[in-house]
Design a protein around this ligand. Structure first.
Ligand code: INI
Length: 154
């Protein structure tokens, strides 16, 4: 019989950090709320959650890296919202943030929930932050938790 490794969605006795961008904070705050709500409903003590604010999505990787190096957190969630404007800034911010976060997760061996919305419009961002299309903060928290529990078994 083959062996299956699966993560149990139990957040008890874990300490995590959430890094949230201030840019588009009216959207990002919904992601933060979703992530905290998910984790506490799965057994995490609120005292074991550290929330760090950064200016924008571009700053997420550096601060996540520093938190990963601190060695105090079982996982990290990066939250932000990049909304397409009339300039190429959007593409640079999105790709640098995504690349940086993926690199940190691999290099530092830390489960990193990727909760960066990259949207064409404000409406789309709101939809993905708890309105019509779920909440990306919840998804990022769930993905981080599952990955923490999977890694523990390998
Ligand atoms: N940062 C965001 O988090 N979202 C955006 O939509 C955004 N736009 O559109 O410019 C954005 N830019 C700021 C960037 O992340 C940095 O904070 C800034 O360039 C200073 O380094």
């Amino acid at each position: 019989m083959y062996k299956t490794i699966e993560g149990q969605m139990n957040a008890q006795n874990l300490s995590i950090a959430i890094v949230a961008a201030r840019f588009n904070d009216f959207v990002v705050d919904r992601l933060v709320g979703g992530a905290i709500d998910y984790l506490t409903r799965h057994g995490m003590d609120k005292d074991n959650i550290t929330l760090v604010r950064v200016p924008g999505a571009f700053e997420l990787p550096l601060v996540c890296k520093k938190l990963a190096e601190a060695g105090k957190y079982d996982g990290i969630i990066a939250l932000g919202a990049v909304i397409r404007g009339g300039t190429p800034h959007f593409d640079y911010v999105c790709s640098e943030a995504a690349k940086g976060l993926a690199m940190i997760s691999l290099e530092k061996n830390v489960p990193l929930g990727f909760g960066l919305l990259t949207c064409d419009s404000l409406e789309q961002a709101i939809d993905r932050a708890g309105a019509k299309s779920g909440n990306k903060g919840v998804e990022a928290a769930a993905a981080m938790l599952e990955t923490i529990r999977v890694l523990e078994q390998i």
